[in-house]
Design a protein around this ligand. Sequence first.
Ligand SMILES: Cc1cc2nc3c(=O)[nH]c(=O)nc-3n(C[C@H](O)[C@H](O)[C@H](O)COP(=O)(O)OP(=O)(O)OC[C@H]3O[C@@H](n4cnc5c(N)ncnc54)[C@H](O)[C@@H]3O)c2cc1C
Length: 493
Amino acid sequence: MAAEMVAMQTSSALVRTDAPLRVLDGFGGSMRAACRTLSPRTSEELSQMLARANDAGLSIALRGSGRSYGDAALGSDGLVIDARGLNQILSWDPVSGVAEVEAGVQLADLWKRALPDGYWPAVVPGTMFPTMGGMAAMNVHGKNQFKAGVFGEHVLWFDLITANGSTVRASRERNPELFHAALGGAGLLGAFARIALKLKPVESGRMKVGSIPVSSFAEQFALFDELREGADYLVSWIDCFASGATLGRGQIHVAHHLHANDDPRAVESLRLEEQTLPAHILGFPKSQLWRVMQLFTNDFAWRSVCLAKYLAARLAGRKHTYLQSHAAFAFLLDYVPDWRRAYDPRGFLQHQLFVPDPAARTVFPEVLRLLQKHGTPSYLGVLKRHKADPFLLSHGFDGWSLAMDFPIGRDGGARLRAAAREVTQLALGAGGKFYLAKDQLLEPAQIERAYGAKLDEFFALKAKVDPRGTLQSDQARRLFPERLRALTSARAK
Ligand SMILES: Cc1cc2nc3c(=O)[nH]c(=O)nc-3n(C[C@H](O)[C@H](O)[C@H](O)COP(=O)(O)OP(=O)(O)OC[C@H]3O[C@@H](n4cnc5c(N)ncnc54)[C@H](O)[C@@H]3O)c2cc1C
């Protein structure tokens, strides 16, 4: 670190860059770094910290809840600003559904505030713990991306604190270039301080969910095509161990919002107590379930778990529908606290491939075949449909994504990385893109090929708002070494 022991005086606290090193990780648990962390409580403190670091030639990585899987929120070279202290919902209008929040507000706090008034966030990821700043920086998508687009499409404006500490307001009308680049810009253009977003009205706290067993990839794609028009949410689990004629088998979940007159308990179901996730699953207390899962995290046992899940879906049949609360449907992955620990001690790797339609229909089956050939099957496969959006580093387009979770093997992931590299090349060959929140293994040439001239535009803007290259995460240094070097050489001058 260039200027260790530099002391930074903020309005309310003395923040030293020799704060003790703390090991932070990405959600996958396989990427960690010893970091020095600053924890501002107000946007003024955040602004002063950025300005001081910028003046001192230190790099800054921004961090929310650390729910991105890899190194996007790690900063081993410099300082990490943990924005969770900026946790105020500044205003909530139950008539218009507009919320103005600080960047460290957790999604859980926002939906709990809005649902009793009949609103739900228009886009949510599979967990309720990310912060608004983290969601904006990654421009997250949900199980309704094909319909609602990405998070940024529901943002009205934001205040971004740039590297020199100044605050810039951006919206579709005001600083539109910055608006469309910072949303999805992985925290490399500035720190979100405040965000105004519009939530969507809901008449019931429950949705009608259908689960449909699917016997092959061909059936997956055909059913998505059939259901997409009328569905509010659509997502499929894929058994990545199945092969041959059953390659791509799994279970589709399709959900529809309920109108008040379709649900006799519409009003009661908006109450928070109706949204709690179950305390026990299959009779086990949830808090310990990851230990049971750990016993199954080997190829043989997990193959059996997937087979059992698929057979259970078949048994329930195609007409299986039920009512489910928004929280239970949206945040399935939060059912089991600490589930990621089932992959301890080496952690796991998530890789999400985005491939345009129709190429995905041949590429995704090929991806699963290739992974099986390498002996590195994914333990979880999730298929989603996507649409294009107007953001500069968007991962969305008219196409599909396949997200996969892989345990890191005893070889430290060497075999997996080789297989994932081939899979990545396959996606790239079909015009594929990737999602920085899920990235743990891309190489500079791969990201450059995926985003091409968009990166020139993005870094030209970064040169304006962060000319010394102060904002950079470990991920940015891994993916954009040359582009960052060009900027940071300006620091030395
Ligand atoms: C179980 C699980 C399920 C998930 N499901 C989905 C899903 O369905 N769809 C989806 O899109 N994503 C999904 N994700 C990914 C997750 O939504 C994103 O990684 C999100 O960015 C996490 O937010 P965070 O607050 O934890 O941010 P962090 O992981 O801490 O940081 C993410 C990025 O945001 C930047 N950042 C953080 N705060 C700020 C700020 N104030 N200003 C500027 N930049 C900032 C960081 O520098 C980093 O680049 C899932 C993650 C998990 C763990």
